[in-house]
Design a protein around this ligand. Sequence first.
Ligand SMILES: [Mg+2]
Length: 224
Amino acid sequence: MKREFELIIFDLDGTLYPANPEMDRLYPEAAVRLLIQKTGGDPEKVKQEFLAKKAELKQLLNGPPTSTLTLFYYYNIGFEEYENTLDTMIAVENFITPDPKSRAVIQKIDRHYPIYLYTTNNEKVGMKILQRLGLADFFPPQRRFTLTDAGRLLVPRREKLNYIKPGEKGFKRILEMHNVPAEQALMVGDSEVSDIQPAQQLGLPTYHVTSREDFYRLPEWLGI
Ligand SMILES: [Mg+2]
């Protein structure tokens, strides 16, 4: 039997495609590079400080935060400058292989449910990843909320952080935009801390992707 949902929200990295450790290393690298440029500090010292902050935030969240959240949480760095730094550092085609099977999964789900993308990645890099995966048409601008969108909100900087996962406001905003109650929206993601826990706290059912096989099984789980 088909499971009824009014909306299915997908995470991007590690969910729509497998996490790539080499690519993932570039996010903290970009953050540290930007901090060195900004502060003129000793590179090794800046790096150690950043890693210490990330560990501190890990304690606060009871699980590992993204480098992106760490950067914005502790440092006064602009959303756009981080996006542009990452964009110049990440050649998506070197790290991501298009996967027809994953694309077929999204194509099938898209025929049965409204779908949406909620990512801590930014618009430029996120778009390149979606294009590489052949998924850009499924997640046009009105169907996604990225780090860049959080940065554009007309709220104080500190408040913007609540729109970056695992902050709850981003989830709430997506539900409000679609006028969907939490229990009618499914969150699909790979991160316990960023996707699963905050969604569950708000009352969303969740589907935890821990492997590609998990992702491939999603249509079957949905009963479509
Ligand atoms: Mg993820």
